[in-house]
Design a protein around this ligand. Structure first.
Ligand SMILES: [Mn+2]
Length: 463
Protein backbone atom coordinates (compact mmCIF):
# COMPACT_ATOMS: atom_id res chain seq x y z
CA UNK A 1 0.00 0.00 0.00
CA UNK A 2 0.94 3.65 -0.25
CA UNK A 3 1.66 5.61 2.95
CA UNK A 4 -1.42 5.87 5.18
CA UNK A 5 -1.45 9.66 4.76
CA UNK A 6 -2.24 9.20 1.07
CA UNK A 7 -5.44 7.34 1.90
CA UNK A 8 -6.38 9.76 4.68
CA UNK A 9 -6.03 12.68 2.27
CA UNK A 10 -8.10 10.88 -0.37
CA UNK A 11 -10.88 10.16 2.12
CA UNK A 12 -10.89 13.71 3.44
CA UNK A 13 -11.23 15.04 -0.10
CA UNK A 14 -14.04 12.60 -0.79
CA UNK A 15 -15.90 13.52 2.40
CA UNK A 16 -15.60 17.20 1.53
CA UNK A 17 -16.88 16.64 -2.01
CA UNK A 18 -19.90 14.60 -0.89
CA UNK A 19 -20.65 16.93 2.00
CA UNK A 20 -22.96 14.94 4.26
CA UNK A 21 -24.33 11.49 4.97
CA UNK A 22 -22.46 8.22 5.33
CA UNK A 23 -20.41 6.76 2.48
CA UNK A 24 -20.15 2.97 2.43
CA UNK A 25 -17.79 1.01 0.18
CA UNK A 26 -18.29 -2.76 0.16
CA UNK A 27 -15.27 -4.98 -0.44
CA UNK A 28 -15.52 -7.82 -2.95
CA UNK A 29 -16.02 -11.26 -1.48
CA UNK A 30 -14.44 -14.38 -2.91
CA UNK A 31 -16.11 -15.56 -6.14
CA UNK A 32 -16.69 -19.33 -6.27
CA UNK A 33 -15.84 -21.14 -9.50
CA UNK A 34 -17.94 -24.24 -8.94
CA UNK A 35 -18.42 -24.53 -5.18
CA UNK A 36 -17.82 -22.25 -2.24
CA UNK A 37 -14.33 -23.42 -1.34
CA UNK A 38 -12.90 -23.34 -4.89
CA UNK A 39 -12.61 -19.70 -5.82
CA UNK A 40 -11.38 -17.50 -8.67
CA UNK A 41 -8.22 -15.52 -7.90
CA UNK A 42 -9.26 -12.75 -5.52
CA UNK A 43 -9.87 -9.28 -6.92
CA UNK A 44 -10.70 -6.34 -4.64
CA UNK A 45 -12.94 -3.46 -5.67
CA UNK A 46 -10.94 -0.53 -7.06
CA UNK A 47 -12.59 2.13 -4.89
CA UNK A 48 -12.04 0.11 -1.72
CA UNK A 49 -8.33 -0.08 -2.57
CA UNK A 50 -8.18 3.57 -3.60
CA UNK A 51 -9.59 4.78 -0.29
CA UNK A 52 -7.39 2.57 1.89
CA UNK A 53 -9.38 -0.60 2.46
CA UNK A 54 -7.53 -3.92 2.68
CA UNK A 55 -6.94 -6.07 -0.39
CA UNK A 56 -9.01 -8.84 1.18
CA UNK A 57 -12.61 -10.03 1.28
CA UNK A 58 -15.00 -9.43 4.14
CA UNK A 59 -14.74 -5.70 4.79
CA UNK A 60 -16.75 -2.51 4.44
CA UNK A 61 -15.27 0.96 4.64
CA UNK A 62 -17.60 3.62 6.05
CA UNK A 63 -16.77 7.30 5.83
CA UNK A 64 -18.75 9.98 7.64
CA UNK A 65 -18.93 12.73 5.04
CA UNK A 66 -19.65 15.38 7.67
CA UNK A 67 -16.66 14.66 9.89
CA UNK A 68 -14.29 12.68 7.64
CA UNK A 69 -14.13 9.91 10.26
CA UNK A 70 -13.57 6.45 8.78
CA UNK A 71 -14.50 3.03 10.17
CA UNK A 72 -13.33 -0.30 8.85
CA UNK A 73 -15.92 -3.03 9.43
CA UNK A 74 -14.53 -6.56 9.38
CA UNK A 75 -13.95 -9.68 11.43
CA UNK A 76 -10.70 -10.98 12.84
CA UNK A 77 -9.98 -14.48 11.61
CA UNK A 78 -10.63 -17.55 13.77
CA UNK A 79 -8.10 -20.25 14.62
CA UNK A 80 -9.80 -22.46 12.05
CA UNK A 81 -9.12 -19.83 9.36
CA UNK A 82 -5.49 -19.64 10.46
CA UNK A 83 -5.13 -23.42 10.22
CA UNK A 84 -6.29 -23.38 6.60
CA UNK A 85 -5.08 -20.04 5.27
CA UNK A 86 -2.31 -19.03 7.64
CA UNK A 87 -1.93 -15.98 9.88
CA UNK A 88 -3.30 -12.69 8.57
CA UNK A 89 -3.11 -9.18 10.03
CA UNK A 90 -5.81 -8.16 12.48
CA UNK A 91 -8.57 -5.79 11.41
CA UNK A 92 -6.87 -3.12 13.54
CA UNK A 93 -3.56 -3.65 11.71
CA UNK A 94 -5.27 -3.50 8.33
CA UNK A 95 -7.09 -0.33 9.34
CA UNK A 96 -3.82 1.23 10.49
CA UNK A 97 -2.19 0.50 7.11
CA UNK A 98 -4.92 2.57 5.46
CA UNK A 99 -4.84 5.26 8.16
CA UNK A 100 -8.38 4.30 9.23
CA UNK A 101 -9.05 5.39 12.81
CA UNK A 102 -11.78 3.03 13.93
CA UNK A 103 -12.74 -0.63 13.48
CA UNK A 104 -15.92 -2.56 14.23
CA UNK A 105 -17.22 -6.10 13.67
CA UNK A 106 -18.96 -6.64 10.34
CA UNK A 107 -22.14 -7.65 12.20
CA UNK A 108 -22.53 -4.04 13.35
CA UNK A 109 -22.49 -2.57 9.84
CA UNK A 110 -26.18 -2.95 8.92
CA UNK A 111 -27.26 -1.56 12.29
CA UNK A 112 -25.02 1.49 11.97
CA UNK A 113 -26.25 2.25 8.46
CA UNK A 114 -29.90 1.72 9.40
CA UNK A 115 -29.52 4.00 12.41
CA UNK A 116 -28.09 6.69 10.13
CA UNK A 117 -31.00 6.28 7.72
CA UNK A 118 -33.49 6.44 10.62
CA UNK A 119 -32.01 9.74 11.74
CA UNK A 120 -32.52 11.17 8.26
CA UNK A 121 -28.96 10.80 6.97
CA UNK A 122 -28.27 9.66 3.42
CA UNK A 123 -26.29 6.45 2.97
CA UNK A 124 -24.24 6.87 -0.20
CA UNK A 125 -23.15 3.75 -2.05
CA UNK A 126 -21.66 2.96 -5.46
CA UNK A 127 -23.39 0.79 -8.07
CA UNK A 128 -23.24 -2.84 -6.86
CA UNK A 129 -21.88 -5.55 -9.17
CA UNK A 130 -21.01 -8.53 -6.94
CA UNK A 131 -23.56 -10.78 -5.20
CA UNK A 132 -22.27 -9.76 -1.77
CA UNK A 133 -22.85 -6.06 -2.58
CA UNK A 134 -26.49 -6.79 -3.38
CA UNK A 135 -26.85 -8.89 -0.23
CA UNK A 136 -25.39 -6.12 1.95
CA UNK A 137 -27.74 -3.57 0.37
CA UNK A 138 -30.69 -5.91 0.86
CA UNK A 139 -29.94 -5.77 4.59
CA UNK A 140 -30.63 -2.01 4.34
CA UNK A 141 -33.97 -2.71 2.68
CA UNK A 142 -32.67 -1.94 -0.82
CA UNK A 143 -34.04 -4.41 -3.30
CA UNK A 144 -31.64 -5.94 -5.84
CA UNK A 145 -33.84 -4.79 -8.75
CA UNK A 146 -33.44 -1.14 -7.80
CA UNK A 147 -30.02 -1.18 -6.14
CA UNK A 148 -28.14 0.15 -9.19
CA UNK A 149 -30.55 3.03 -9.75
CA UNK A 150 -30.36 3.98 -6.08
CA UNK A 151 -26.58 4.33 -6.11
CA UNK A 152 -25.49 7.84 -5.10
CA UNK A 153 -24.80 10.14 -8.05
CA UNK A 154 -23.04 12.57 -5.71
CA UNK A 155 -20.70 9.80 -4.63
CA UNK A 156 -20.16 8.49 -8.17
CA UNK A 157 -19.24 11.95 -9.45
CA UNK A 158 -16.93 12.65 -6.50
CA UNK A 159 -15.13 9.31 -6.87
CA UNK A 160 -14.69 9.75 -10.61
CA UNK A 161 -13.36 13.30 -10.21
CA UNK A 162 -10.79 12.04 -7.72
CA UNK A 163 -9.72 8.70 -9.18
CA UNK A 164 -9.37 10.02 -12.73
CA UNK A 165 -6.54 12.40 -11.82
CA UNK A 166 -3.58 10.13 -11.27
CA UNK A 167 -0.89 11.18 -8.81
CA UNK A 168 2.79 10.70 -9.55
CA UNK A 169 2.90 7.59 -7.37
CA UNK A 170 -0.06 6.10 -9.23
CA UNK A 171 1.59 6.81 -12.59
CA UNK A 172 4.72 5.09 -11.29
CA UNK A 173 2.63 2.01 -10.51
CA UNK A 174 1.18 1.96 -14.03
CA UNK A 175 4.68 2.29 -15.49
CA UNK A 176 5.83 -0.55 -13.27
CA UNK A 177 3.07 -2.74 -14.69
CA UNK A 178 4.05 -1.63 -18.19
CA UNK A 179 7.64 -2.73 -17.63
CA UNK A 180 6.54 -6.32 -17.07
CA UNK A 181 4.01 -6.06 -19.90
CA UNK A 182 6.67 -4.99 -22.39
CA UNK A 183 8.83 -7.96 -21.43
CA UNK A 184 5.86 -10.25 -21.99
CA UNK A 185 5.31 -8.80 -25.47
CA UNK A 186 8.96 -9.11 -26.44
CA UNK A 187 9.05 -12.74 -25.32
CA UNK A 188 5.81 -13.44 -27.18
CA UNK A 189 7.10 -11.88 -30.40
CA UNK A 190 10.28 -13.89 -30.19
CA UNK A 191 8.36 -17.11 -29.51
CA UNK A 192 6.15 -16.65 -32.57
CA UNK A 193 6.66 -18.88 -35.59
CA UNK A 194 4.44 -20.61 -38.15
CA UNK A 195 3.04 -24.01 -37.21
CA UNK A 196 2.53 -23.50 -33.47
CA UNK A 197 -0.67 -22.66 -31.61
CA UNK A 198 -1.77 -19.24 -30.41
CA UNK A 199 -1.79 -20.55 -26.84
CA UNK A 200 1.90 -21.40 -27.05
CA UNK A 201 2.64 -17.72 -27.57
CA UNK A 202 -0.03 -16.55 -25.15
CA UNK A 203 1.32 -18.93 -22.52
CA UNK A 204 4.82 -17.51 -22.88
CA UNK A 205 3.47 -13.99 -22.38
CA UNK A 206 1.28 -14.92 -19.43
CA UNK A 207 4.17 -16.86 -17.90
CA UNK A 208 6.37 -13.75 -17.94
CA UNK A 209 3.69 -11.85 -16.05
CA UNK A 210 3.32 -14.61 -13.45
CA UNK A 211 7.07 -15.05 -13.14
CA UNK A 212 7.29 -11.40 -12.06
CA UNK A 213 4.74 -12.01 -9.31
CA UNK A 214 2.04 -10.16 -11.23
CA UNK A 215 -1.32 -11.09 -12.65
CA UNK A 216 -3.15 -10.29 -15.84
CA UNK A 217 -5.31 -7.21 -15.46
CA UNK A 218 -7.93 -8.77 -17.79
CA UNK A 219 -8.37 -11.82 -19.98
CA UNK A 220 -5.60 -12.20 -22.56
CA UNK A 221 -6.36 -11.68 -26.24
CA UNK A 222 -3.87 -13.52 -28.46
CA UNK A 223 -5.25 -14.49 -31.83
CA UNK A 224 -4.70 -14.60 -35.56
CA UNK A 225 -8.43 -13.82 -35.75
CA UNK A 226 -7.90 -10.34 -34.36
CA UNK A 227 -11.01 -9.10 -36.13
CA UNK A 228 -13.03 -10.77 -33.37
CA UNK A 229 -12.52 -7.93 -30.93
CA UNK A 230 -12.77 -9.81 -27.66
CA UNK A 231 -11.56 -13.16 -28.89
CA UNK A 232 -10.67 -15.32 -25.89
CA UNK A 233 -9.88 -18.62 -27.59
CA UNK A 234 -6.30 -19.50 -28.44
CA UNK A 235 -6.66 -22.75 -30.36
CA UNK A 236 -5.70 -21.68 -33.87
CA UNK A 237 -2.51 -22.92 -35.46
CA UNK A 238 -0.61 -19.88 -36.69
CA UNK A 239 0.32 -19.90 -40.38
CA UNK A 240 2.81 -18.10 -42.52
CA UNK A 241 0.99 -14.98 -43.71
CA UNK A 242 -1.15 -14.58 -40.57
CA UNK A 243 -1.09 -11.52 -38.35
CA UNK A 244 -1.09 -12.21 -34.62
CA UNK A 245 -2.86 -9.63 -32.44
CA UNK A 246 -2.06 -9.67 -28.73
CA UNK A 247 -3.76 -7.46 -26.13
CA UNK A 248 -2.34 -7.96 -22.65
CA UNK A 249 -2.12 -6.02 -19.42
CA UNK A 250 -0.43 -6.81 -16.13
CA UNK A 251 -1.03 -5.52 -12.62
CA UNK A 252 1.40 -3.50 -10.52
CA UNK A 253 2.18 -4.43 -6.89
CA UNK A 254 -0.52 -2.00 -5.68
CA UNK A 255 -3.07 -3.23 -8.19
CA UNK A 256 -2.80 -0.74 -11.07
CA UNK A 257 -3.31 -2.00 -14.60
CA UNK A 258 -1.51 -1.73 -17.89
CA UNK A 259 -3.14 -2.33 -21.26
CA UNK A 260 -1.07 -2.79 -24.42
CA UNK A 261 -1.75 -4.18 -27.87
CA UNK A 262 0.65 -5.05 -30.66
CA UNK A 263 0.12 -6.89 -33.93
CA UNK A 264 2.87 -8.79 -35.70
CA UNK A 265 3.36 -11.09 -38.67
CA UNK A 266 3.70 -14.77 -37.74
CA UNK A 267 6.39 -15.17 -40.40
CA UNK A 268 8.34 -12.15 -39.16
CA UNK A 269 7.65 -10.24 -42.38
CA UNK A 270 4.59 -8.12 -43.21
CA UNK A 271 3.18 -8.57 -46.71
CA UNK A 272 2.98 -5.27 -48.65
CA UNK A 273 -0.74 -4.75 -47.93
CA UNK A 274 -0.32 -5.83 -44.29
CA UNK A 275 2.41 -3.24 -43.92
CA UNK A 276 0.29 -0.53 -45.57
CA UNK A 277 -2.60 -1.23 -43.23
CA UNK A 278 -0.26 -1.47 -40.24
CA UNK A 279 1.19 1.91 -41.15
CA UNK A 280 -2.33 3.35 -41.40
CA UNK A 281 -3.10 2.25 -37.85
CA UNK A 282 0.27 3.46 -36.63
CA UNK A 283 -0.27 6.84 -38.28
CA UNK A 284 -3.58 7.17 -36.43
CA UNK A 285 -1.91 6.20 -33.15
CA UNK A 286 0.85 8.80 -33.68
CA UNK A 287 -1.56 11.55 -34.76
CA UNK A 288 -3.64 11.06 -31.62
CA UNK A 289 -0.68 10.97 -29.23
CA UNK A 290 0.66 14.17 -30.82
CA UNK A 291 -2.72 15.88 -30.38
CA UNK A 292 -3.29 14.96 -26.73
CA UNK A 293 -3.24 17.86 -24.29
CA UNK A 294 -5.57 19.22 -21.60
CA UNK A 295 -8.82 20.61 -22.97
CA UNK A 296 -8.96 18.42 -26.07
CA UNK A 297 -12.08 16.29 -26.23
CA UNK A 298 -11.28 12.60 -26.46
CA UNK A 299 -14.28 12.36 -28.81
CA UNK A 300 -12.41 14.56 -31.29
CA UNK A 301 -9.32 12.37 -30.98
CA UNK A 302 -11.48 9.37 -31.87
CA UNK A 303 -12.57 11.16 -35.04
CA UNK A 304 -8.95 12.19 -35.75
CA UNK A 305 -7.94 8.52 -35.61
CA UNK A 306 -10.81 7.60 -37.93
CA UNK A 307 -9.93 10.34 -40.44
CA UNK A 308 -6.26 9.41 -40.41
CA UNK A 309 -7.04 5.79 -41.21
CA UNK A 310 -9.67 6.64 -43.83
CA UNK A 311 -7.18 8.89 -45.63
CA UNK A 312 -4.81 5.93 -45.91
CA UNK A 313 -7.62 3.58 -46.95
CA UNK A 314 -8.56 6.00 -49.72
CA UNK A 315 -4.93 6.08 -50.85
CA UNK A 316 -4.94 2.28 -50.90
CA UNK A 317 -8.13 2.17 -52.97
CA UNK A 318 -10.13 0.44 -50.23
CA UNK A 319 -12.28 3.50 -49.56
CA UNK A 320 -13.26 6.43 -51.75
CA UNK A 321 -15.03 9.77 -51.61
CA UNK A 322 -14.45 12.66 -49.22
CA UNK A 323 -12.74 11.60 -46.01
CA UNK A 324 -14.66 14.05 -43.80
CA UNK A 325 -18.01 12.91 -45.19
CA UNK A 326 -17.11 9.24 -44.78
CA UNK A 327 -16.19 9.76 -41.12
CA UNK A 328 -19.14 12.06 -40.37
CA UNK A 329 -21.54 9.43 -41.69
CA UNK A 330 -19.77 6.53 -39.95
CA UNK A 331 -18.45 4.60 -42.95
CA UNK A 332 -15.07 4.11 -41.21
CA UNK A 333 -16.77 1.84 -38.67
CA UNK A 334 -16.70 -0.97 -41.22
CA UNK A 335 -12.97 -1.14 -40.48
CA UNK A 336 -12.81 0.60 -37.07
CA UNK A 337 -15.95 -0.48 -35.21
CA UNK A 338 -14.80 0.32 -31.67
CA UNK A 339 -13.80 3.36 -29.64
CA UNK A 340 -10.32 4.86 -29.58
CA UNK A 341 -9.77 3.99 -25.92
CA UNK A 342 -10.68 4.51 -22.30
CA UNK A 343 -9.33 5.71 -18.97
CA UNK A 344 -7.06 3.30 -17.10
CA UNK A 345 -5.99 2.95 -13.49
CA UNK A 346 -6.88 0.45 -10.77
CA UNK A 347 -9.37 -0.96 -13.28
CA UNK A 348 -8.23 -1.58 -16.82
CA UNK A 349 -11.38 0.23 -17.98
CA UNK A 350 -11.07 2.59 -15.07
CA UNK A 351 -14.21 2.86 -12.93
CA UNK A 352 -16.37 1.25 -15.60
CA UNK A 353 -18.37 -0.31 -12.77
CA UNK A 354 -19.53 3.19 -11.80
CA UNK A 355 -21.10 3.62 -15.24
CA UNK A 356 -19.28 4.31 -18.51
CA UNK A 357 -21.18 7.53 -19.12
CA UNK A 358 -20.29 8.90 -15.68
CA UNK A 359 -16.59 8.26 -16.36
CA UNK A 360 -16.24 9.11 -20.04
CA UNK A 361 -18.93 11.66 -20.81
CA UNK A 362 -20.15 14.96 -19.42
CA UNK A 363 -23.40 16.88 -19.78
CA UNK A 364 -22.08 18.77 -22.82
CA UNK A 365 -21.56 15.63 -24.88
CA UNK A 366 -24.09 12.80 -24.98
CA UNK A 367 -23.04 9.39 -26.25
CA UNK A 368 -23.29 8.93 -30.01
CA UNK A 369 -25.81 6.39 -31.31
CA UNK A 370 -23.84 5.82 -34.54
CA UNK A 371 -22.53 2.26 -35.07
CA UNK A 372 -18.88 2.16 -33.97
CA UNK A 373 -18.70 5.55 -32.26
CA UNK A 374 -21.45 4.37 -29.88
CA UNK A 375 -18.84 2.07 -28.34
CA UNK A 376 -16.57 4.98 -27.45
CA UNK A 377 -16.05 4.74 -23.67
CA UNK A 378 -14.31 8.10 -23.28
CA UNK A 379 -15.39 11.31 -24.98
CA UNK A 380 -15.07 14.25 -22.60
CA UNK A 381 -12.24 16.82 -22.54
CA UNK A 382 -8.91 15.61 -21.20
CA UNK A 383 -7.34 17.07 -18.08
CA UNK A 384 -3.79 16.77 -16.77
CA UNK A 385 -3.51 13.52 -14.79
CA UNK A 386 -5.81 11.47 -16.97
CA UNK A 387 -4.31 8.18 -18.11
CA UNK A 388 -5.97 6.99 -21.30
CA UNK A 389 -5.36 4.22 -23.77
CA UNK A 390 -4.86 5.08 -27.43
CA UNK A 391 -5.80 2.01 -29.42
CA UNK A 392 -6.93 2.57 -32.99
CA UNK A 393 -7.43 -0.55 -35.08
CA UNK A 394 -8.34 -1.78 -38.54
CA UNK A 395 -10.25 -5.03 -38.99
CA UNK A 396 -11.58 -7.08 -41.87
CA UNK A 397 -14.76 -8.62 -40.44
CA UNK A 398 -16.22 -10.81 -43.22
CA UNK A 399 -19.74 -11.01 -41.74
CA UNK A 400 -19.92 -7.22 -41.35
CA UNK A 401 -18.57 -6.62 -44.86
CA UNK A 402 -21.15 -9.06 -46.25
CA UNK A 403 -23.99 -7.38 -44.38
CA UNK A 404 -23.06 -3.86 -45.45
CA UNK A 405 -22.33 -4.90 -49.02
CA UNK A 406 -25.63 -6.77 -49.36
CA UNK A 407 -27.48 -3.74 -48.05
CA UNK A 408 -25.59 -1.40 -50.38
CA UNK A 409 -24.40 0.48 -47.30
CA UNK A 410 -21.94 3.35 -47.92
CA UNK A 411 -21.29 2.22 -51.50
CA UNK A 412 -20.08 5.77 -52.16
CA UNK A 413 -17.30 5.34 -49.57
CA UNK A 414 -16.36 1.65 -49.53
CA UNK A 415 -14.64 -0.09 -52.46
CA UNK A 416 -16.20 -3.47 -51.68
CA UNK A 417 -14.62 -5.23 -54.68
CA UNK A 418 -11.15 -4.26 -53.49
CA UNK A 419 -11.84 -5.89 -50.11
CA UNK A 420 -12.41 -9.35 -51.59
CA UNK A 421 -8.75 -10.48 -51.53
CA UNK A 422 -8.32 -9.11 -47.97
CA UNK A 423 -11.18 -10.96 -46.28
CA UNK A 424 -8.89 -13.25 -44.27
CA UNK A 425 -6.46 -10.56 -43.16
CA UNK A 426 -7.80 -10.35 -39.61
CA UNK A 427 -7.20 -7.33 -37.43
CA UNK A 428 -4.51 -4.80 -36.58
CA UNK A 429 -4.45 -2.75 -33.37
CA UNK A 430 -1.65 -0.72 -31.77
CA UNK A 431 -2.26 0.41 -28.20
CA UNK A 432 -0.35 2.72 -25.88
CA UNK A 433 -1.11 3.97 -22.38
CA UNK A 434 -0.74 7.75 -22.25
CA UNK A 435 -0.58 10.29 -19.42
CA UNK A 436 -2.06 13.70 -20.09
CA UNK A 437 0.49 16.24 -18.83
CA UNK A 438 0.14 20.00 -18.22
CA UNK A 439 1.14 20.80 -21.79
CA UNK A 440 0.79 17.58 -23.78
CA UNK A 441 1.17 13.87 -23.33
CA UNK A 442 3.66 11.27 -22.20
CA UNK A 443 3.54 7.70 -23.50
CA UNK A 444 3.99 5.57 -20.39
CA UNK A 445 6.32 2.64 -19.88
CA UNK A 446 9.49 1.56 -21.62
CA UNK A 447 9.67 1.70 -25.39
CA UNK A 448 8.24 -1.44 -26.99
CA UNK A 449 8.61 -2.20 -30.70
CA UNK A 450 5.84 -0.32 -32.48
CA UNK A 451 6.87 0.61 -36.04
CA UNK A 452 6.59 -2.10 -38.68
CA UNK A 453 10.40 -2.19 -38.95
CA UNK A 454 10.86 -2.50 -35.18
CA UNK A 455 8.29 -5.29 -35.04
CA UNK A 456 9.93 -7.24 -37.88
CA UNK A 457 13.32 -6.91 -36.20
CA UNK A 458 11.98 -8.55 -33.05
CA UNK A 459 9.67 -11.31 -34.25
CA UNK A 460 11.15 -14.75 -34.48
CA UNK A 461 14.64 -13.60 -33.64
CA UNK A 462 16.70 -14.01 -30.50
CA UNK A 463 17.26 -10.25 -30.20
MN1 LIG B 1 -7.56 -1.02 -23.95
Amino acid sequence: MFASDTYRARRNALAEAVGDGLIVLFSNDEAPMNYRGNVYPYWQDGSVRYYGGPNQPGFALVLDASTGAATLYGNDVSMEDIVWTGPVPSVADLAAQGGIGRTAPLAELAGALKAAQASGRVVHFLPPYRPNHFAQLAALGIDAAEAKERASLDLIHAVVAQRERKSAEEVAEIEDALGVTSKAFEAAMQATRPGIKEYEVGGVAEGIVLAHGRRLAYGLICSVRGETLHNVSYDNTMRDGDLLLMDLGATSPKGYASDLTRTWPVSGRFSPIQRDLYDAVYAANRAVVAAIRPGVRYFDLHLLAARTMVERLVDLGLMKGRVDDAVAQGAHALFFPHGLGHQMGLDVHDMEGLGEDHVGYDEDLPRSTQFGTAYLRMAKPLVAGHVVTVEPGLYLIPALIDQWQAGGRFREFVAYDALEPLRGLGGIRIEHDVLVTDDGARVLGPHLAETADEIEALVGTDA
